[in-house]
Ligand binder design. Structure first.
Ligand code: URA
Length: 434
C-alpha cells in the first residue's frame, strides 16, 4: 500500500477498507509514515468525513495499537465518562468522585488540552506531586482501593491516539466528528467497561457549533459502544459560555473543590450531578435514574464526593490538602481586571475566545512539545444574564508572563457582549442520546 494513494482516495471522497485504515494507523504509530502525509490524510477526512464503517475500523486499529486494560478482576460496575471538550469543563473531576462514592468503579482515561479546550490530565497535574502516568498495575490498584483513578493514553494504551491527537491539534483538524469519535472511543474501549457516559458539547466554545452536528457525533459514539455491547448514553450540553467561572488548570481545581463542597456555580453543579447520576444508573447502583439523581445529590451535600476526590489525589501521589488550602496550588503572580464598558446585561461570553485567551496566557500548548503554566487563566466575576454597571469587573485575568497578555486582553474584551435587553435563559442540557 502507498500512503499517497490512500490520501488521494480519501480526498476524492472514496471509502477506505478496514485493512487500508488499519495499515495507515499501524504504520503511523510505528513511525513509518511521516507527519506531513498523515496531516494531509487528516485534512482529507476533515473535508470528506468518514463512513460509520471507516470510523469503526479506525477505532479498532487505534485500540489495537496498544494494550487493553482488563479490569475483570476488580469487583463492581466499571463506568467511565468523557467530554468532547469545552472551556471551563471540569465535570469529570466532580462526576467521577461522586459516582465512585456511590460504589461505581470509575477507571478514567482522560485527555490533555486540545485546541482552545482544556484537558482533565493537565488540570489534575496542577496538583503538586500528582501523577497521571501510572503504570497499568498502579492504575488497577488505585481503582480497586479508591474506586476512582485517572490516567491518559500512553505508549502502552492507545498510543495511536496520542500521536494523532497531537498532530490534529497542530494541523487544524480537531473539529472532525469522525476523528473526535475515533479518538474518544479508542481510549474508552481500551478498558473493559460496563457503562459509558458521554458529554457532547455544542456551541461557541465547543468543537461542534451546531446541535445537528453534536447529535450526529453523539449517535456515532453511542452506536460504536453498542456494537461492542457497551451501554452508553450521551448528553448534549450547552457550551456557549464557559462552564462555571474558572478557566485554567489550578483555578479549575479550586472550583472543583467548591462544587464538591456544594458551594460552586449552579451550571457546573447541575451538569456534574446529572452526569454522576447517569454513571450511577448505568452502573446499576440504583434501579431508576430518579434514585440515582437523589443519591448523587445526597453524596454531594454530605461531602462524600469531596472526600473521595481527596482519597484519589493522595493515591496518585498528590497533596490532598490542596482542596482546602488553595495556597498550596500554583497561584499566578499578577492579575488584571476587565471591566464593563457600559451598563446593561451580559448577553454573551464567547467561550472559544476565552479558551483561546487562556491558552495564550500559557494554560494551553502552542505546539505538542510546549509545557503549560498551571497557575494562569481567567476567572469570570459575572455569567450570562447578570446585570452590570459601567466599570463593574467582568473577569480577572491571572497571569505570570506579559507575553501574549495584550492579545488575551483584547480577545476577552471582545468575548463579552453587553446589551440593554436581558437575554432569555438557555437550557443547559439540550438532549439525551442513547
Ligand atoms: N477528547 C478526546 O479524547 N479526543 C478528541 O478528539 C476530542 C475530545
Amino acid at each position: 500500500m502507498r500512503t499517497v494513494d490512500l490520501i488521494q482516495r480519501k480526498r476524492n471522497g472514496e471509502e477506505l477498507s478496514p485493512e487500508e485504515i488499519r495499515w495507515l494507523v499501524d504504520s503511523y504509530t510505528r513511525g513509518e509514515i511521516p507527519d506531513y502525509q498523515v496531516a494531509a490524510f487528516l485534512m482529507a477526512v476533515y473535508f470528506q468525513n468518514m463512513t460509520d464503517h471507516e470510523v469503526g475500523a479506525m477505532v479498532d486499529a487505534m485500540i489495537d495499537s496498544g494494550e487493553r486494560i482488563d479490569l475483570s478482576s476488580i469487583p463492581g460496575p466499571k463506568v467511565d465518562k468523557h467530554s468532547t471538550g469545552g472551556v471551563g469543563d471540569k465535570t469529570s473531576l466532580i462526576a467521577g468522585p461522586l459516582a465512585a462514592a456511590a460504589g461505581v468503579k470509575v477507571p478514567m482515561l482522560s485527555g490533555r488540552a486540545l485546541g482552545h479546550t482544556g484537558g482533565t490530565l493537565d488540570k489534575l497535574e496542577s496538583i503538586p506531586g500528582l501523577r497521571t502516568n501510572l503504570s497499568i498495575d498502579e492504575f488497577r490498584e488505585v481503582l480497586a482501593r479508591v474506586g476512582f483513578a485517572v490516567i491518559g493514553q500512553s505508549e502502552s494504551v492507545a498510543p495511536a491516539d496520542g500521536k494523532l491527537y497531537a498532530l490534529r491539534d497542530a494541523t487544524a483538524t480537531v473539529e472532525s466528528p469522525a476523528l473526535i469519535a475515533a479518538s474518544i472511543m479508542s481510549k474508552k474501549l481500551a478498558v473493559t467497561l460496563d457503562g459509558l457516559v458521554l458529554d457532547v458539547k455544542v456551541g461557541a466554545g465547543a468543537f461542534m457549533k451546531r446541535q445537528v452536528d453534536a447529535r450526529r457525533l453523539a449517535q456515532m459514539m453511542v452506536a460504536i459502544a453498542r456494537r461492542r455491547d457497551l451501554r452508553a448514553q450521551a448528553l448534549i450540553t450547552d457550551m456557549n459560555q464557559p462552564l462555571g467561572r474558572a478557566i485554567g488548570n489550578a483555578l479549575e481545581i479550586m472550583e472543583v473543590s467548591q462544587v464538591l463542597l456544594n458551594s460552586g456555580p449552579e451550571d457546573l453543579t447541575q451538569i456534574s450531578l446529572e452526569l454522576a447520576a447517569r454513571m450511577i444508573f448505568l452502573g446499576k447502583i440504583t434501579e431508576t435514574l430518579e434514585e440515582a439523581r437523589d443519591l448523587a445529590t445526597r453524596l454531594l451535600v454530605e461531602r462524600l464526593g469531596f472526600m473521595k476526590f481527596q482519597e484519589m489525589i493522595a493515591a496518585q501521589g498528590g497533596d490532598p490538602r490542596v482542596l482546602d488550602r488553595f495556597d498550596l496550588l500554583p497561584n499566578a503572580q499578577h492579575s488584571y481586571e476587565i471591566v464593563s464598558p457600559r451598563s446593561g446585561f451580559v448577553a454573551a461570553i464567547d467561550a472559544e475566545e476565552i479558551g483561546r485567551a487562556s491558552a495564550m496566557l500559557g494554560a494551553g500548548r502552542k505546539t505538542k512539545e510546549d509545557s503549560i503554566d498551571p497557575a494562569v487563566g481567567v476567572f469570570l466575576e459575572v455569567k450570562v444574564g447578570a446585570r452590570v454597571e459601567e466599570g463593574n469587573v467582568l473577569c480577572r485575568i491571572h497571569y505570570n508572563d506579559t507575553e501574549g497578555l495584550q492579545d488575551a486582553i483584547d480577545r476577552i474584551e471582545d468575548a463579552f457582549r453587553i446589551s440593554s435587553t436581558e437575554p432569555e435563559p438557555r437550557d443547559l442540557i439540550l438532549e439525551v442520546v442513547g
